[in-house]
Design a protein around this ligand. Structure first.
Ligand code: 6PG
Length: 472
């Protein structure tokens, strides 16, 4: 009879699984990990801190037999079928009351389905978003659990121990019902796509537009990271510009092909935003720009056909650097606002009850989109947890107004000089539309009624109206 001595089990000892489990062991928990790949189980054991209790196994039954009850098992496997496969292989080995956690980037509708499927068998299933990459997993990720409130207290001490800390506060909290954990992580990734795209647009404007060298770019981003743009993504961007390429001696950034990959979470964010009718155009554009980047061969042909070349930006360097700073600040703020407005809507629309004050607190440390801005948002949501959109807050309004002129100057420079700065431009358009009492959509209503008798509302009396339009 195996001794049930382990506190926590992990299925999948890839980069994230291994590092999360080692992190847990460092915090005094006894952990056991399963992987079919023997190299991974032994690498896992070898990487353990001396004195910690860590075991790697290649047989799932061995793992489940050695876990204390209720069993707490996390899987970190690729999203989709592998998650269902793991669930099926676990089912004969677990018992009612046990807790299975999916820590990967699963689509939230899959998570909802699995919650229901396993609840019928008495098994608790939780979808938990984990952000922070390899380093974060090892030393402190941001963790976004949701769903089963009965199961949560059983995993809360572990998740709090291993999570990143912001001013001493763990970057983990229960973030809502059902599949809320994975939903929040999906939107986190949408915002991640938007910020990354705007950083690359800023890089382009400064590099090809204003002629900054890699060393100058490093200095600019490094400086920005010491001010109000302080964030993980600005920090790593600064570091990227100085990395040498071992093969050629050039800077590595100059040797990387301009084709972006994507695993799908950004696309899911856009798809779901369309489904629930929330405008998030900066995130949509970030997904689209990655898709355009992937069309390298077509772009190459089109470039020859149009002979379109970017032209140098004529604004003096120091002024332009400040304007790009302001544009980036403005754009990043708008990206967070869009993502958070989506969570606000999903909270009621999908009955997830997502607590926005907790979401922004959890994002302040450990995750890819962590930044000082999030601490500002935390204060704002504490005052008004039901705020529909950050843009409606006075403090945010002044942050946007202080950077708006720079944003407009950069947008004009981008358009004038043929820079494809889609996300920055979209951030401005969203701002202009969202802050407009009057939009030209009265014409769209007239057209819909003209060709389809879809009716329209009037500004001077309630009700729906239809007109027999004359085709003069
Ligand atoms: C994180 C990241 C992580 C992963 C992205 C990459 O929060 O740690 O978001 O989950 O690196 O999903 O996504 P793409 O491959 O789609 O860029």
């Amino acid at each position: 009879m195996a001794v049930k001595q382990f506190d926590f089990g992990m299925i999948g000892l890839g980069v994230m699984g291994r590092n999360l489990l080692l992190n847990m062991a460092d915090h005094g928990f006894k952990v056991i990990g399963f992987d079919l790949d023997e190299q991974k189980t032994s690498a896992f054991e070898q990487a353990a801190t001396p004195g910690t209790t860590v075991k790697g196994v290649g047989n799932l039954k061995n793992m489940t037999e050695e876990l204390s009850l209720p069993r707490r098992i996390m899987m970190l496997v690729p999203a989709g079928k592998p998650v269902d496969d793991v669930i099926e292989s676990l089912l004969p080995l677990v018992e009612p009351g046990d807790i299975i956690i999916d820590g990967g980037n699963s689509h939230y509708t899959d998570t909802l389905r699995r919650v229901q499927y396993l609840a019928a068998k008495g098994i608790h299933f939780m979808g938990v978003g984990v952000s922070g990459g390899e380093q974060g997993a090892r030393t402190g990720p941001s963790i976004m659990p949701g769903g089963d409130e009965v199961a949560y207290p059983h995993v809360q001490p572990m998740l709090e121990a291993i999570s990143a800390k912001f001013k001493g506060e763990p970057c983990v909290a229960h973030l809502g019902k059902g599949a809320a954990g994975h939903y929040v992580k999906m939107v986190h990734n949408g915002i991640e796509y938007a910020i990354m795209q705007m950083l690359s647009e800023s890089y382009d404007l400064l590099h090809r537009g204003a002629g900054l060298s890699n060393d100058e770019l490093h200095q600019v981003f490094d400086q920005w990271n010491k001010g109000d743009l302080q964030s993980f993504l600005v920090e790593i961007t600064a570091a990227i510009f100085t990395q040498p390429d071992e093969k050629t001696g050039n800077r590595l950034i100059d040797m990387i092909l301009d084709k972006a990959g994507a695993k799908g979470t950004g696309k899911w964010t856009s798809q779901d935003a369309l489904d629930i009718g929330v405008p998030i155009p900066v995130i949509d554009m970030a997904v689209t720009m990655r898709n355009i980047s992937a069309l390298k061969a077509e772009r190459t042909n089109a470039a020859a056909l149009y002979a379109n070349k970017v032209s140098p930006v004529t604004t003096d360097k120091a002024t332009f650097v400040q304007q790009v700073h302001d544009a980036l600040y403005f754009g990043i703020l708008i990206s967070y606002a869009q993502g958070l407005s989506m969570l606000h809507r999903a909270s009621t629309e999908l009955d997830m009850q997502i607590p926005l004050p907790k979401v922004v607190r959890v994002w302040r440390g450990g995750c890819i989109i962590r930044s000082t801005m999030l601490d500002v948002f935390s204060g704002i949501y504490d005052q008004n947890p039901q705020l529909e959109n950050l843009l409606l807050d006075k403090q945010i309004a002044s942050m946007l107004q202080n950077t708006e002129a720079g944003m407009r100057a950069v947008a004009a420079a981008a358009v004038q000089n043929r820079f494809a700065a889609g996300c920055l431009l979209n951030a401005l358009t969203y701002f202009d539309a969202y802050s407009s009492q009057q939009l030209p959509t009265n014409l769209i209503q007239a057209q819909r009624d003209f060709f389809g008798a879809h009716t329209y509302q009037r500004i001077d009396e309630p009700g729906s109206f239809h007109t027999e339009w004359k085709n003069s």
